[in-house]
Design a protein around this ligand. Sequence first.
Ligand SMILES: O=C(COP(=O)(O)O)[C@H](O)[C@H](O)COP(=O)(O)O
Length: 318
Amino acid sequence: MDSAVHPDVRETAEAIDTMEIRGAATIATAVAEALATQAAESDATDPERFRAEQRAAARVLYETRPTAVSLPNALRYVLQDMEGHSVEVLRDSVVRSATEFQRRIESAQEDLGQVGANRLRDGDTVMTHCHSTAVVACIRAAVEQGKEIHAMVKETRPRNQGHITATQLREMDVPVTLIVDSAARRYLNDVDHVLVGADSIAADGSVINKIGTCGLAVNARDCGTPIAVAAGTLKFHPDTLTGHTVDIEMRDEREVIDDETRAEIGDIEVLNPAFDVTPPRYVDAILTERGQFAPEGVATLMRELFGEGTVDPWDEPE
Ligand SMILES: O=C(COP(=O)(O)O)[C@H](O)[C@H](O)COP(=O)(O)O
């Protein structure tokens, strides 16, 4: 354990690991803030030491959850300009980049919210899955445009993030109907849109999001209900441009079944994948702060954004 890693960084990492801090954009904001604290409160006296501390902090944060690419994308953004010959210059660079990153996330969320809102008509009902700040931003913008929007919120087992969505939508007076996940098919003909977020978008337009998204999308397509994914460019996974796949997080079995019930049943295997992959053919549109794209079209924008490839600033230099 590297003692130079600030306690706030460890606290943030722990909160991400236990999902007290969760959701791709929220995780990204939290890690940017943690790196800024690490920088602001560092007592390193030489630049090399300062850089090593930042790398160690970034590694602790990076190793928390593997699927949401917003996390490494945030670390890269904050540490990208860590050039300079004095600790003061380096510190300023990290703190400035972290602030800039948070500002960009906020404005991207607002812009993609407008894009999503433009797809929604007055009186529409939207089915949601999990809790996505980007989806909430779209519905909020539609409400601010004066549209009456209803929501059918899937509870999203095993952790019931649908309850967070329901709470936030009620706070803006959106009428909410809560359903269990397996009831989605029954109501897909009654809703006008399915709107979900994303943890990562792959170069082929595949969408990696909360487990159950793929089944929902396949069913939506079968019913002819349009499905859009609200995901800023922060969710674009640069490594998929060179053929890498996205790691799907497996979580603790006890999120699915408690030890006592399990013992009563007998010897069973329990699998608890947190995310799944929806192929691009089941997705109508990806909504970003740069407008909406057909999933097959994101590769061009990804190349524009990550053309030169990426570096992993948490790695030790060669
Ligand atoms: O799958 C989840 C959250 O999963 P978990 O609860 O396991 O973190 C959300 O749909 C995306 O992260 C998008 O969220 P946002 O739009 O807020 O980035």
